[in-house]
Design a protein around this ligand. Structure first.
Ligand SMILES: NC(=O)c1ccc[n+]([C@@H]2O[C@H](COP(=O)([O-])OP(=O)(O)OC[C@H]3O[C@@H](n4cnc5c(N)ncnc54)[C@H](OP(=O)(O)O)[C@@H]3O)[C@@H](O)[C@H]2O)c1
Length: 188
């Protein structure tokens, strides 16, 4: 079974974009060693990306080539006004059964790129297996939350953490399923 991993950069107050849908604060943090925070290694471990329509709209507003040419890429929308491109398909059917069937296929893991709205539906359906968060040392105040809504307590198990010289903190969690209960001991 493929794992679905929500891999995202957040602010210290767990926003994935500011109030203007911008993520330029990610580039504002000095990074003299050009650290990629493990992104290339992570990208080689997946074969599929998932995005909500708002995330895709921000991505397509950037100049430059489409960044995820080596993977299958799906963008979820309730509308039917977009045509597939060379690199991605628009899915205007319910996300939960679609993602369930993707996870059952053989292959590498799936990257949930974001955002918080799509992430909420998939978390609520128990489909997210892991969170890999890169917490930037900035408070954004208003903005787009990591999850738009969480309707019941969802416990997570911290499996790895790593501070970087830039001040970014990597946090890798497994999502605990209902019948596993709460985490008992810390493993890190
Ligand atoms: N920091 C990071 O690493 C990171 C990563 C990703 C995104 N972001 C930022 O996050 C922001 C976008 O996040 P967001 O929470 O506003 O929106 P989002 O989850 O990217 O997109 C929401 C839209 O996706 C569609 N959608 C969501 N759930 C669906 C479902 N279950 N079934 C079918 N369609 C569904 C709907 O599109 P329709 O309205 O077309 O129906 C919905 O309006 C952007 O600013 C982006 O830059 C940051």
């Amino acid at each position: 079974m493929k794992k679905l991993i929500y891999y995202a950069a957040t602010s210290l107050d767990y926003k994935i974009a500011d109030a203007h849908d911008q993520v330029n604060w990610l580039d504002e943090l000095p990074n003299p060693q050009n650290l990629d925070y493990g992104h290339a290694q992570f990208y080689s471990s997946i074969d599929t990306t998932l995005m909500g329509m708002n995330t895709y709209k921000i991505l397509e507003s950037y100049e430059g080539p489409f960044p995820y040419k080596e993977t299958k890429n799906y963008v979820f929308t309730s509308k039917n006004d977009r045509t597939a491109t060379q690199y991605l398909e628009f899915i205007n059917e319910p996300a939960v059964p679609f993602v369930k069937s993707l996870k059952a296929q053989p292959g590498r893991d799936i990257w949930l790129v974001g955002g918080g709205a799509l992430g909420s539906s998939l978390l609520e359906a128990g489909l997210i297996d892991e969170l890999m968060l890169f917490v930037f040392p900035v408070l954004l105040g208003h903005g787009i939350p990591l999850f738009k809504s969480v309707n019941s307590h969802q416990w997570l198990k911290l499996v790895h953490s790593q501070p970087y010289d830039t001040g970014v903190m990597a946090l890798h969690y497994q999502v605990i399923t209902q019948n596993e209960g709460r985490p008992t001991t810390s493993t890190v």
